[in-house]
Ligand binder design. Structure first.
Ligand SMILES: *Cc1c(COP(=O)(O)O)cnc(C)c1O
Length: 567
């Protein structure tokens, strides 16, 4: 084993590929894209996550759009390689044995970033303990905390077991992995023969840790009651250091990570600003998210780029030259990608979609703040627009968390709206959103819609995937879109907070944002698409050249290397 690795990246979920169901949404796909770009850039990185044998869940939707969840069935051996290494963690006074599987992520030039997936599913463990790594975001708070013990503490021990002794940076992708900092403290104390935690120990750990926070939604920040922490970890002496381990009588994983990291960032400029208010005692920098270009560019556009911008896969900045690709070629590539999507949707859902009709795409986790149903606020107006301005069709997709009743109702409401519109506008909801469907969707529609409740969208990444495929966004100004939107050049803003406006609106009131959305759709987007195709194609090129060349994980990793890993 070559001990040449300097960076260890920890994430509870990772989108390694569509077939490996160890991710739920944006956070995991970003982790996967991060690793793919790290491999392309030949970074000395290793990765740790959990092996979720039952995945997140397989989504089925009934006729009314109510979600049913099933465990994902997949053959682990087909995708991962078992390794003999073993380690243990203590949970509630029991020893839980951990095994590990590996998946190599291979970069453009053959550089490998190994991903280690921990499992508690070993015969040495009790039935209950064996199930600890089964479900991503499954079970209750207690189950989650046990998982975080395995990821953070078990994850450091396993890397040592595998022979990695030279790690200089431990990157926590979200707070789930924050317990790794506790294990690093322990390591330091043992090494130095310290009996209690000193400032020097804390500083040594801080130098090693990097933390990326991903959401301004309070539910996104894990907190565990101290008595639960106490009974799982049995570590009285640690928890007594209130400044580091406690917050409102809880162990707050975000504060733990904030306290023990030398570099902290949010995932877009606006998000860093919002996080700096949320965590006022800390310095929070920003590194805006990206997506892995080669993973999300459709087949037809990949071929087009190969022809006009050779080398684009390992030099994403060169996508700026898309500006000189002839418009006809852009149209042909887009048409081919759209055709593939429309055929898929018609074949699978008998949706009756038409490849020549303006197609709107919306897909992301069905969380309430994403407001997936905002588009259907005024059914009559939608009917009128379709009849009088230009026909359109809509494709949706996305899963709700099994415990998120609000999210499930969101999906149901979209089905209801689709029913009401069925004689005028075709609407289809694709089941079981995954990376494969994402790639098809973000390349096959004509516009990418996003309507989150500001300022709750930390970044958002699917609009970036669309941009790489020449597809403009029509989006609320929040997250990455504040940086990516040049009005009428890369897409259009639904500007929730217009200048000089002093009204404070109820976030549940959709009327304002919906009417701004309809105005843009009616007066700008549809007009351009049907009446001024040349101009629409110009916009498509700008999406690739201006946004695709920037909002990618290659540029993002350059920033992590400079700002977080090697300084
Ligand atoms: C990109 C992606 C997401 C994240 O989309 P957002 O726009 O960031 O919400 C979620 N799920 C899948 C399958 C994706 O590919």
């Amino acid at each position: 084993m070559l001990d040449d690795r300097r960076i260890a990246y920890y994430s509870m979920e990772i989108g390694l590929s569509s077939e490996i169901p160890t991710y739920s949404g944006g956070l995991g796909v970003l982790a996967g894209d991060t690793i793919r770009s790290a491999a392309d850039l030949k970074l000395p990185m290793v990765v740790v996550t959990l092996l979720h044998r039952k995945g997140y869940f397989y989504q089925k939707l009934d006729e009314q759009g109510w979600q049913q969840e099933e465990p994902v069935r997949w053959v682990v051996e087909d995708y991962l390689e078992p390794l003999p290494a073993r380690t243990t963690v203590e949970i509630c006074g029991r020893t839980v044995h951990l095994g590990v599987w590996k998946r190599d992520v291979v970069g453009e030039s053959g550089h490998v970033v190994p991903v280690y997936l921990l499992t508690a599913d070993l015969p040495e463990n009790t039935e209950w303990d064996r199930a600890l790594t089964d479900y991503l975001y499954g079970g209750d708070k207690f189950y989650r905390f046990c998982q975080e013990v395995i990821l953070g503490i078990g994850g450091v021990r396993m890397l040592r077991e595998l022979g990695y002794q030279s790690i200089e940076r431990f990157h926590m992708n979200e707070g789930h992995a924050a317990l790794l900092s506790m294990e690093l403290l322990d390591e330091f104390m043992k090494q130095e023969g310290l009996k209690s935690i000193t400032l020097e120990a804390i500083e040594a750990v801080r130098q090693k840790c990097v933390f990326t926070t991903h959401t301004p939604v309070p539910a996104g920040h894990d907190q565990f009651p101290l008595d639960m922490v106490q009974s799982v970890l049995g570590r009285k002496e640690l928890l007594e250091i209130k400044e580091i381990f406690q917050w409102d009588d809880c162990l707050n994983m975000t504060y733990l990570a904030l306290n023990l990291s030398h570099y902290v960032n949010g995932v877009a400029k606006k998000h860093a600003e919002v996080s700096s208010h949320l965590f006022a005692r800390y310095t929070i920098d920003s590194i805006t998210n990206g997506v892995h270009a080669a993973t999300f560019v459709s087949e037809p556009f990949s071929e087009l780029f190969d022809q006009f911008i050779p080398g684009w896969r390992s030099d994403n900045t060169s996508l700026r030259y898309a500006e000189s690709i002839p418009k006809l070629e852009i149209w042909q590539a887009h048409h081919a990608a759209k055709d593939a999507l429309v055929q898929y949707v018609n074949r699978t859902y008998n949706a009756g979609m038409d490849v020549d009709v303006f197609t709107i795409g919306f897909a992301r986790r069905a969380a309430s703040y994403k407001r997936a149903d905002l588009f259907f606020y005024d059914i009559d107006r939608l009917r009128r627009i379709a009849k009088e301005v230009g026909l359109f069709q809509v494709i949706y997709s996305g899963k709700a968390h099994p415990h998120d009743q609000g999210g499930k109702e969101l999906i149901h409401r979209i089905f209801e709206a689709a029913g009401k519109l069925k004689n005028d506008v075709r609407v289809v909801y694709l089941q079981n959103y995954d990376m494969h469907i994402a790639r098809m969707l973000v390349s096959g529609v004509d516009i990418w819609l996003n309507t989150p409740q500001p300022p709750l969208e930390a970044s958002g990444t699917s609009g970036m995937k669309a941009a790489l495929n020449g597809i403009p966004s029509l989006s609320v100004l929040d997250g990455w879109w504040i940086e990516g939107c040049i009005e009428g050049v890369t897409g259009w803003a639904i500007d929730s907070f217009q200048k000089n406006e002093s009204v404070v609106r109820d976030p549940r009131d959709y009327s304002h944002d919906a009417s701004l959305l309809y105005d843009k759709l009616e007066k700008v987007t549809l007009q351009l698409f049907y009446q001024d195709r040349e101009k629409y194609l110009n916009i498509m090129r700008h999406c690739i050249a201006i946004n695709g060349s920037f909002f990618n994980t290659e540029r993002m990793m350059h920033e992590y290397v400079l700002k977080a890993y090697f300084l």
